[in-house]
Design a protein around this ligand. Structure first.
Ligand code: ZN
Length: 195
């Protein structure tokens, strides 16, 4: 299965992902492709539903450097265990390229997840890594960073988002993108395999 990054307002970005029960060779391959796409587009995190998959997992490397394997992580079935302090910082998203906003997040978080070997780990994170993880967990819940912007900032981005909507609709009109039902049926089939 060849993966590619989908853009706002693709409905899979609003899909609430279910935990994965099975990690198989094909899922390993999907994760490898997700890292490739993330680096190719100079991102620091990428969630499964950004590549049109309904699985509760994301990849991240807050250094953004493909050679830096120490900071490269896969989070499978991640659960945020609270956090503390607030921090505001700039965010973008590979599914809304070129759009940036100032988002308030928790400064420090604890997260539990599984790696590709099926081992559970706990991360105590702060700064950029904590921000990336919160952004990606939001994706898995069908949320985008633009949902978290104050009204004035959201209004400023409205025109940019409309461009994405026009583009999406025109691609659909010429048959490059499937309709909502076809997308939902495909996600349901993929869920049956691993969730
Ligand atoms: Zn994103």
């Amino acid at each position: 299965m060849k993966l590619q990054i989908i853009h706002y307002p693709h409905p899979t970005l609003r899909h609430v992902s279910k935990p994965v029960k099975r990690v198989d060779a094909e899922l390993h391959d999907m994760v490898a492709q997700m890292f490739e796409l993330m680096y190719e587009h100079e991102g620091v995190g990428l969630a499964a539903n950004q590549v049109d998959l309904p699985y509760r997992l994301f990849v991240a490397n807050p250094s953004g450097d493909p050679k830096n394997k120490d900071t490269e992580h896969v989070f499978i079935n991640p659960v945020l265990k609270g956090g503390k302090d607030q921090a505001e910082g700039e965010e973008g998203c590979l599914s809304i390229p070129g759009v940036l906003g100032q988002v308030v997040r928790k400064e420090k978080i604890t997260i539990e997840a599984y790696n590709l070997q099926g081992e559970q780990f706990v991360g105590e994170l702060d700064g950029l890594f904590a921000r990336v993880v919160q952004h990606e967990v939001d994706h898995l819940d069908g949320k985008l960073f633009i949902d978290r912007l104050p009204a004035a900032q959201a209004a400023e981005l409205r025109e940019d988002l409309e461009e994405f909507e026009i583009d999406f609709n025109s691609k659909r009109d010429c048959g490059e993108l499937p309709d909502d039902n076809t997308i939902a049926e495909r996600l349901a089939e993929l869920e049956k395999l691993r969730t």
